[in-house]
Design a protein around this ligand. Structure first.
Ligand code: UDX
Ligand code: ADP
Length: 464
């Protein structure tokens, strides 16, 4: 079976970039990305390709190449479902905020709505691909909804988790470490569906890097990969605190252990805490699944990764307060960076949100500069926490357009995101315009401690 028409439901950080690359690499396949969010689709269709709603290095070039040729963005979900022979589901699966599993389980309501819509609209056989990260056995739920409410057509369900990291999405998609496809290996139709998706990726991925497994292994592999990655960050962050009290340096420790080929050098960067839409959500999900099977030790083991991360964010904020003579009340503190990592405008679960919230509770005045995040987003992130009224947030937080403006007259500066441009700021000028002593807190170990101390800064970096 050759796929000619792909539909992707969900034009977010996963669906948008993934479909752009599939379209770029497979000119004979028509790819339509649909979303119920009209504003988002309008932005994907903006004639000025730099205005697409997701900032990712290299993405606008890919969209410019494929859009209008075989890549389309639309709000007409029904029409795209009807026309497609393969449908990717890339809708969001946030942590539940109500009822059973509140704060832990993944909320599958958007997935279920998609399944019901597909079942209602589909008039011919379709391959359904789970792209969103989902709890193990979601495919089974999808299949039951589709088979019981559909128009008697055949649905094959595949799990094809996305491993791209934001900020490097285009390179990750162009050269994936592996593509994982889970499906029903025991049936002829299942194997055909798997092969159809393998053929799509084979446009640019070598066969050795395409793994096929059963659906459950594929679903669980995604949660496991994210849990292991997050665990590495929490592990090095735990060591960063120990380094600070023992005069060891976490960067030196990371280098020393990373040269052990069994450990490896990547993902050992101590930080103010991991963020992003996946790590916390997926681990909570894992913890919930383990608990629901009565595996309490397994659940506790993974939950500790989250507890350590929360501790790291709080500890960084508390360090600022303690260093500023135990009070930040009425003091101006500049936060450089709001995104959860560099090269993205995504702020979901960003450490900056929690550090800002902590400092606002201590009555600080916060000024934020981030090269890619809008004021609207920053305020929305704080409002979402619900710690104080929207008016108060707007009174206490200012968003500015340059790092220099953020730091002028500040008592302290905190680096929250590792944007490259922060390395080459005119730190001498910034020092001159700050209140003294000028405190600088490097939550990303981005800056040169010696050079900045020489300029006169009171410098603190995580882990030394
Ligand atoms: C992650 C996974 O890497 C990816 O495979 C999956 O598909 C989605 O979740 P993402 O969240 O986009 O990707 O970015 P990632 O590079 O993993 O960073 C996550 C967080 O960990 C960021 O806040 C980052 O700053 C932090 N981090 C990462 C560290 O603090 N130290 C490190 O050494 C690495
Ligand atoms: P991710 O990081 O997983 O891509 P996002 O939140 O960036 O998550 O994107 C998910 C997108 O899915 C959102 O733009 C949302 O509007 C869209 N979406 C959710 N439910 C539906 C649905 N039933 N039909 C179409 N689009 C949907």
């Amino acid at each position: 079976m050759k796929v000619k028409n792909i539909c992707c439901i969900g034009a977010g950080y996963v669906g948008g970039p993934t479909m752009a690359i599939i379209a770029q690499k497979s000119p004979e396949i028509t790819v339509t990305v649909v979303d119920i969010n009209e504003k988002r689709i309008a932005a994907w269709n903006d004639p000025d390709v730099e205005q697409i709603p997701i900032y990712e290095p290299g993405l606008s070039e890919v969209v410019a190449e494929a859009r209008g040729r075989n890549l389309f963005f639309s709000t007409d979900v029904d029409a795209a479902i009807d026309a497609a022979d393969m449908i990717f589901i890339s809708v969001n699966t946030p942590t539940k905020t109500y009822g059973m599993g509140k704060g832990m389980a993944a909320d599958l309501k958007y997935i279920e709505l998609c399944a019901r819509q597909i079942a209602r609209v589909a008039k011919n056989d379709k391959i359904i691909v789970e792209k969103s990260t989902l709890p193990v056995r979601t495919a089974e739920a999808l299949k039951r909804i589709l088979d019981n409410t559909g128009n008697g057509v055949n649905f094959q369900i595949l799990s094809n988790p996305e491993f791209l990291a934001e900020g490097t999405a285009v390179t990750d998609l162009h050269k994936p470490d592996r593509v994982l496809i889970g499906g029903d290996l025991d049936s002829e139709k299942g194997r055909e569906a798997i092969q159809a998706l393998v053929d799509v990726y084979a446009h640019w991925v070598t066969p050795d890097n395409i793994l096929t497994t059963n659906v459950w292994s594929s679903e669980l592999s995604k949660l496991t990969a994210n849990a292991f990655l997050a665990q590495r960050v929490s592990s090095i962050n735990a060591m960063s605190e120990l380094c600070e009290v023992t005069e060891a340096d976490v960067q030196e420790v990371a280098k020393a252990i990373g040269m052990d080929s069994r450990i490896g050098p990547k993902f050992l960067k101590a930080s103010v805490g991991f963020g992003g839409s996946c790590f916390q959500k997926d681990i909570l999900n894992l913890v919930y699944i383990a608990k629901s099977f009565g595996l309490n030790e397994v659940a506790d083991y993974w939950e500790q990764v989250i507890l350590m991360n929360d501790h790291q964010k709080r500890r960084f904020a508390a360090k600022i307060v303690k260093t500023l003579f135990n009070t930040v009340s009425g003091k101006k503190i500049a936060l450089l960076g709001w995104a959860f990592k560099k090269d993205t405008n995504d702020t979901r679960e960003s450490a900056a949100i929690y550090v800002a919230d902590y400092l606002l509770n201590e009555q600080a005045e916060i000024v934020v500069y981030d090269p890619k995040v809008t004021q609207e987003q920053i305020l929305a992130d704080l409002d979402y926490l619900g710690t104080r009224s929207e008016e108060e947030n707007r009174k206490l937080i200012t968003v500015v357009n340059t790092a220099e403006a953020a730091c002028a007259e500040a008592h302290a500066v905190a680096v929250m995101t590792e944007w490259d441009e922060f390395k080459t700021l005119d730190w001498e000028a910034i020092y001159t315009h700050m209140l003294k002593p000028a405190f600088l807190f490097d939550g990303r170990r981005l800056l040169d401690k010696e050079a900045l101390t020489d300029l006169g800064f009171e410098f603190y970096a995580i882990g030394s």
